[in-house]
Write a protein that binds this ligand. Sequence first.
Ligand SMILES: *Cc1c(COP(=O)(O)O)cnc(C)c1O
Length: 432
Amino acid sequence: EWKALYEETFGKDFFQHQSDTKFWEKIYTVSDEDIWNLRMTMKNKFINFVRRDFREKWLKNQGDPSRIMSIVDKINPNALIIGFARRFATYKRAHLLFSDLDRLSAIVNNPQFPVQFIFSGKAHPADGAGQGLIKRIMEISRMPQFLGKIIFLENYDMIVAKRLVSGVDIWLNTPTRPLEASGTSGEKAEMNGVLNFSVLDGWWYEGYKFCKQAGWALTEKRTFTDQSQQDKLDAATIYSMLENEIVPLYFAKNSKGYSPEWIQYIKNSIAKIAPHFTMKRMIDDYIERFYDKEAKRSKKLVAHDYAVAKEIVEWKEKVAAAWDGVSVVSINETIDHNSPKTGEAYSTEIKLDTNGLGTSLAIEQVVYKVEDGIEKMVGTEPFKVVGHDGNIVTYELKNKLREAGVFRYAFRIYPTNALLPHRQDFAYVRWI
Ligand SMILES: *Cc1c(COP(=O)(O)O)cnc(C)c1O
């Protein structure tokens, strides 16, 4: 349904230009009513799916038919439906929402502004903690105050995922920072007019920056080093954002039965965020940053019967054979170690016996700082070759003490050759 709307609104060319934001901006030309009707179509599809497919499974597994029918009947298309579905790895913190059951009960049992949560997911068979989480959520979903308000869908798979990411109103993700690599299900939700409410981690850390009026975020900053304290704070923040921002926005409905501000959020998320998270954009990045460069380099290496490849191999063998015989002849420094002053110029001269390697060797100064007991790299300064006498090569660094503070430094020798794609291609290094 969304694909059809995109094609109709953005034009036939759109599918070839999915990463071009200009196309997506046209979502603003669609009427609020059309967006809302489409959302309701998808929501009802999801609800019908749950009613049809899950009634049977639940009846088989849980017995009590009257309770199951009451759950199925309670799924309410007019409620704000929040989805949370993923692998139940413990870092995903599926339990977070259940830290304060009384507060949660007040949110889901508000007769004027009903909210429902749909959970789904699987834990790895060997992940006892993950399975424990699922068990706990199922227990909670059977408590009288949460019956039909917190629903757990078993056997999460691509079919369930598809209905969920297109059918709910909000996609919730509450991982432990900074463990979420991406959280791709949120990207799927975004394409379907489902708004994200997530910790600023994984993809949402980047996505939320494109537009703030398009979803909700829990700050990426950790307040507590103790994880259980952090969990409590995050849970309290989730409750309060639901109570004060999200629920009121959703239920600020006009006479036509929808909230124009909510639709604005949906349009913003489609126009400003979705285009940056298409597979097309990712492939474009790979082509530009890696595949094109690799292709060019590959051509260069194989040309004229692998002439360049052979040259590189020969050079590497020569360096490797002579490497252990390289030695430092002298180091002369003008830097005043006792009272260095900011702004002062200094120079360092190093003479190397290159053991026949000549200017295949380079030297750099590596500067670092110690902050709170942690060594932090500040940068590197390259030496210049200033003299050449038989095997002896003279290197010089002229520099200034640019910053105040306590710094440490060291020098290192490494092989250099313009034909190497990068230094790690031949990662020899000698600290002096
Ligand atoms: C998208 C998807 C996932 C991955 O979701 P994340 O948010 O990246 O954890 C896992 N399972 C199914 C069935 C999916 O559709």
